[in-house]
Design a protein. Structure first.
Length: 280
């Protein structure tokens, strides 16, 4: 029986960690892309001890730094013949307007652009593996308003709006992959994990910290939040649902804005332009 090769971003905590443990139990060969390598190595040890699966690999990757993403993709291309599952799980919300190392608004850089570069760089391996690409989005995509002219220089920065846009872009990205690569055996799915209790919001302050603190009693455990990612990585015969959005392991409707084809195409073109110098 062939081993399933799975790449996961953001696996050192929360949903990503829960996903990694469960897929390790199912015998997947895991390649975990992490910004904090010592933390990743500690996770690797825990996964091996708990699951007995020794095929756990740590790759250094800061998704907000496009050179780091390109280097991680090149490492994977040197190590692997194909990839069967890519779970674009990492994400963050930032209280203040911050620029990434490459000069992009940090939420956009981390939650979308880094994953765009990683996925497109790995596409030859994904095609060989007839891969499923799983993008962790959120129902906060309903707050998104695709305004590409003010993406980098908003008149007034809002952490919630920036996050909502990035989650909307995750859905646009999913639909575009399905459209562009479906005939090559690659499928893509987006999902809302639910409102999950993680350290995701640990660095927030002011209104956002209060907002998430009040919501904490209603949040679900990371293991519960990971269920749809795990389902999409393991369930048979999902090809007819290529490009769709899931919640609680079922297809669910997106906001109307997620179906704006012109905005989706514009995002793809912009992302290609911003990452082209990092493609090898």
């Amino acid at each position: 029986m062939a081993i399933t090769t799975t790449v996961i971003t953001g696996a050192t905590s929360g949903i990503g960690e829960a996903t990694a443990f469960e897929l390790a139990k199912k015998g997947h060969a895991l390649y975990l892309l992490v910004r904090n390598v010592p933390k990743g190595e500690e996770l690797k040890k825990r996964i091996i001890i708990e699951t007995g699966n020794k095929n756990i690999n740590i790759i250094n990757c800061d998704l907000s730094d496009l050179a780091s993403v390109a280097a991680a993709a090149n490492q994977l291309k040197e190590k692997l013949f194909n990839i069967n599952i890519l779970i674009n799980n990492a994400g963050g919300m930032f209280n203040d307007f911050i620029l990434s190392k490459d000069g992009f608004e940090m939420t956009f850089a981390l939650n979308h652009l880094g994953h765009f570069l990683l996925t497109t760089s790995l596409m030859p391996l994904l095609e060989k593996g007839h891969a499923r690409i799983i993008n962790v989005s959120s129902d906060m995509h309903k707050m998104g308003k695709p305004d590409f002219d003010s993406l980098q220089n908003p008149e007034k920065y809002s952490a919630m709006k920036a996050y909502g846009n990035s989650k909307l872009f995750n859905i646009y990205f999913t639909k575009s992959i399905a459209e562009k690569y479906g005939d090559k055996g690659v499928t893509a799915y987006a999902l809302h994990p639910g409102i999950v209790k993680t350290n995701f919001n640990s660095k927030l302050k002011g209104f956002l910290k209060v907002f998430f603190s009040l919501a904490t009693p209603f949040m679900i455990a990371p293991e519960k939040g990971a269920e749809t990612s795990i389902y999409l990585a393991t369930a048979p015969k999902l090809e007819t649902k290529n490009g769709l959005y899931f919640y609680k392991r079922k297809v669910t409707k997106t906001a109307p804005v997620a179906n704006y084809v012109n905005a989706r195409n514009q995002l793809w073109e912009l992302s290609e332009e911003l990452t082209k110098k990092f493609i090898v």
